[in-house]
Design a protein around this ligand. Structure first.
Ligand code: GLC
Ligand code: CA
Length: 558
């Protein structure tokens, strides 16, 4: 596959409202990002993705936009944005914005017009349907509500909202809507931003005819309808191809086959995507399953498109809590997951705080939760007569707020995030887990991320190398190679060995590796042997041990 800067990038996700507050209103802000740019740069990340900060009533933390051309007061001003962009780029980093094209806020002037009368010129900008048998047009659920349809008494019709009631879906069939959104994209791209994260992109196209489904709980019917790829190709033609940018689509419910349609380089749609086969469908760590997912995607995309690697973000609880061990092995398992994500094929994304091993928070009362998805689900379940405490306990682990608690900068009040009242409670473990402590400690999770990113900048095998899993269905041990043959680096083979368990595990090396010596490049134990001599039969891995080796000797010819 041809090389490109965006394939080599390491993205750091800033959830700005929880990052750093500079004016004591309890919310992080754009100026707060600027103040911490040196920190992000010292980590080594080359691109920063910032969650939406457009003008918004903020019902869904900025994903309900009321003006695409203005900045939310909490975040700052347009001048602050311009300075942020300048300061990011002055440091040689790049800036990715998050755009929401599937829906707007119900406070957006477009929707206000659309709902005002059936013959308003913007009526068709959203998706309106007549009642069926006096009720909603279909039995569809939305992500956040029991129904995806909201009745609007003024005109006697329902509108579609795939997310909150305050987030009506736009009608992408209408060419005026598409042109208007392309204008939005050009506005920001012309300012010089370097990338776009496209929110909920699998939802843009809607079915020809809306019909009831048998299992409303399985909401994949909201996604991947015909017409979607024509829209993406048009967007590429009209917008993307005129800029040198990284585009990443948030693509719910895609498989390697349907995912390829988004990122196949010959199709000219998006550069890469987030698929959710892990985060949406693998509630707990399941190594055989994870391996199958990686294998399928690597095979499908090989030579054709680029994947992304991530195990948490602002919608999914923190990886060390969900997929590692945030107790006795917090540091080891955080490093193991990091080593894995940065050596699997695809662009690695680091969600703020991940680099210091922050853990998922659980609040002890529903009042402490801010997320609309969490609050709505709680109300729905309690409304069915379930015990409120039990509902709370069942929703805590995967609540979106569990990764949204403030960034832990130091051991001072509110973790150094704000001198005001934080909009959401800090995780009480900030006294031990914080940036200041991490920067003092040479063995910190942070230092490990730095080492990984440094390696990536030196070794193209980490980006372009072929991936082969050699550990079969082993439940606990994951061993794979990355191999690259090219004129620049000659023949390179890396071997990654991960023990995802609390016990020591052995792994028998395959024959063809017995002849090879191996040199350690990185490990999460300080005393891992620097070399594995030839003829060593097996690897012995301690709890959560994670090792990266260079395999010496010639590659087998395939
Ligand atoms: C995406 C965002 C999420 C938001 C939703 C609706 O999934 O990541 O935070 O609530 O889209 O825009
Ligand atoms: Ca602030």
């Amino acid at each position: 596959m041809h090389r490109a800067w965006w394939k080599e990038t390491v993205v750091y996700q800033v959830y700005w409202r929880s990052f750093y507050d500079t004016n004591a209103d309890g919310y992080g802000d754009l100026n707060g990002i600027v103040e911490k740019l040196d920190y992000i740069q010292s980590l080594g990340a080359t691109m920063i993705w910032v969650n939406p900060f457009y003008a918004s009533p903020d019902k869904d933390n900025g994903y309900d936009i009321s003006d695409y051309y203005a900045i939310m007061d909490k975040a700052g001003s347009m001048a602050d944005f311009d300075r942020l962009l300048e300061e990011v780029q002055r440091r040689g980093m790049k800036l990715m914005m998050d755009v929401v094209l599937n829906h707007t806020s119900d406070a957006h002037p477009w929707f206000r017009e659309s709902r005002s009368s059936r013959d308003n010129p913007k009526r068709d900008w959203y998706i309106w349907r007549d009642p069926v048998n006096g009720g909603p047009p279909t039995n569809w659920r939305s992500y956040f509500n029991p129904s995806a349809w909201q009745f609007d008494p003024q005109t006697g019709q329902y509108y579609l909202h795939s997310f909150a009631i305050e987030q009506p879906d736009l009608n992408w069939r209408n060419p005026e809507v598409r042109q208007e959104l392309y204008r939005v994209l050009r506005f920001w791209l012309d300012k010089g931003i370097d990338g776009l994260r496209l929110d909920a992109i699998a939802l843009l196209a809607k079915p020809d005819v809306f019909a009831d489904v048998e299992q409303p709980e399985d909401i994949r019917y909201l996604t991947n309808h015909p017409g979607l790829h024509e829209y993406l190709q048009e967007m590429h033609r009209e917008v993307f191809r005129h800029y040198d940018i990284l585009t990443v689509g948030e693509a719910a419910f895609v498989t390697p086959q349907t995912g390829l349609l988004y990122v196949d380089e010959r199709r000219r749609e998006l550069n890469t995507l987030f698929h959710f086969e892990v985060l949406d469908e693998m509630p707990e760590w399941d190594l055989p399953r994870f391996k199958r997912i990686q294998r399928k995607w690597a095979e499908a995309l090989k030579g054709r498109g680029t994947n992304s690697q991530f195990l948490n973000n602002h919608d999914h609880t923190r990886q060390v809590t969900r997929y590692g061990n945030d107790g006795a092995y917090r540091v080891q398992s955080a490093k193991l997951l990091a080593l894995m994500l940065h050596t699997l094929p695809g662009i690695p994304y680091i969600y703020q705080g991940e680099e210091i091993g922050m853990t998922g928070v659980r609040y002890d009362s529903i009042a402490a939760y801010q997320d609309i998805a969490m609050r709505n689900k709680y109300a729905e379940e309690v409304g069915k007569g379930r015990d409120p405490n039990e509902v709370l306990r069942s929703l805590q682990p995967l609540s979106r707020d569990s990764s949204r608690s403030p960034m832990q900068w130091n051991a001072q009040e509110h973790a150094g995030f704000t001198t005001g009242d934080p909009w959401i409670r800090v995780n009480p473990n900030y006294r031990e887990i914080n940036v200041e402590a991490a920067l003092r400690d040479e063995e910190s999770v942070f230092a490990f991320y730095q080492a990984l990113i440094r390696l990536r900048k030196q070794h193209p095998v980490m980006i372009y190398g072929d991936y082969t899993d050699i550990s079969g269905d082993d439940q606990h041990v994951y061993v794979y190679t990355r191999e690259l043959r090219d004129s620049e680096s000659g023949e390179v083979r890396w071997l990654i060995a991960l023990n995802h368990s609390e016990q020591q595990r052995d792994f028998a090396l395959p024959d063809e590796l017995l002849q090879a010596g191996m040199k350690l490049l990185l490990s999460n134990y300080t005393d891992t042997a620097q070399e594995l001599p030839q003829h060593v039969q097996k690897l012995q891995l301690r709890p959560y041990e994670a090792c990266l080796y260079v395999v010496e000797g010639r590659l087998r010819t395939q």
